[in-house]
Design a protein around this ligand. Structure first.
Ligand code: BDP
Length: 329
């Protein structure tokens, strides 16, 4: 592309004007993508597919690199970097995003979605659009919502069957006050901590447990040091394939259309890969000696975690309608 542009520009003065335009677009944009996960993970494959499609369809005018494994920084820091345009895109859990974008907190309310299919439907409709508007107001353009399944508790002490089992336990949570409230509602001690620090903290007993979906529990090897996995499925938090609004605004309308389309396609791919990985991860952890327990009746957890709704609505009373929109569907 660059070479052919240069050749065209050497043809003569008559085409000078065209050359000026061509050479600007020939200066490829080099995007930096933040990803917290290891390379072989549904989010990572989704991001790589997104970038590959954008590069191909823009004939290389937009290229870039996905930095896996959180090497560009912790999630809260990366969210700030995306807002500033220092990082161009990334996949973020709407959990930590809630500290910046109040609307995002709605999906951090325990048991807000009845199931993962309900989550897809809501996130792809009016409710998701309201979250995207909240993100955009904070300088973040949502291109699609990835699946992150349901989060459940794991720990190194005992199976959790009732909220009372969490009493006195030191549980790591993602960076968001709502999650601290959630653990405290059951009498546990919550420790907000970066994802990268959890393995060592579990191993050394700084925390007794944490909570996450099967692929994260498995890919981080947390299952090797916290052998009880209790399927509370208390949080279904989607993740956002997001671009910095600054980067987005610097693209031509044609490029924006390509980026938007690639975002949708990568979302479809990620959701499919997610389903496969969840099953595979459950197998890995069970083969690894994890004791998994189902919690058939989750109503005790639902009841115990109700104060989180009050905590949220006290802090953001203007978002009551949005909560109702999610609940009504
Ligand atoms: C994973 C999310 C990731 C979070 C992590 C965590 O995909 O974005 O950073 O949980 O618990 O499931 O910190």
């Amino acid at each position: 592309m660059v070479h052919s542009t240069i050749k065209k520009c050497l043809v003569g003065a008559a085409v000078l004007a065209t050359c000026a335009v061509l050479s600007t677009s020939a200066m490829a944009k080099d995007l930096r993508g933040w990803n917290i996960h290891v390379e072989d993970y549904p989010v990572s494959h989704g991001m790589e597919a997104f970038l590959a499609e954008v590069t191909e369809k823009t004939d290389g005018a937009i290229k870039g690199k996905v930095f896996h494994g959180g090497v560009l920084g912790s999630q809260p820091d990366a969210i700030e970097q995306v807002r500033l345009g220092a990082i161009d895109f990334g996949v973020f859990s709407l959990g930590p995003m809630g500290q910046v974008v109040p609307e995002a907190n709605v999906v951090s309310l325990p048991f807000i979605f009845k199931s993962v299919p309900d989550m897809y439907r809501l996130m792809d409709g009016e409710a998701g659009a309201a979250l995207s508007a909240g993100l955009e107001a904070k300088g973040i353009k949502a291109l699609g919502y990835y699946d992150a399944g349901a989060r459940s508790f794991y720990n190194s002490i005992k199976p959790i069957n009732t909220p009372a089992d969490v009493e006195g336990m030191k549980v790591r949570v993602m960076n968001n006050d709502l999650f601290v409230g959630m653990i405290e509602s059951m009498g546990g001690n919550a420790t907000p901590m970066a994802f990268a620090e959890v393995f060592q903290s579990l191993k050394t007993g700084v925390v007794d447990g944490a909570e996450n979906n099967p692929p994260s529990y498995e890919s981080t090897n947390h299952f090797e040091v916290a052998k009880y996995y209790s399927l509370s499925q208390h949080l279904i938090i989607p993740e956002c394939l997001c671009m910095s609004k600054r980067t987005w605004d610097s693209l031509t309308p044609e490029q924006q259309a390509i980026v938007a389309e690639a975002g949708k396609n990568s979302t479809d791919l990620q959701r499919k890969l997610w389903q496969e990985r969840e099953a595979a991860s459950m197998k890995v952890v069970m083969d690894g000696g994890v004791q998994v327990n189902e919690i058939a009746d989750k109503s005790a957890f639902q009841d115990a975690m109700k104060p989180v709704y009050d905590q949220f609505l006290n802090a953001s009373p203007e978002l009551a309608d949005l909560v109702a929109l999610f609940q009504a569907n």
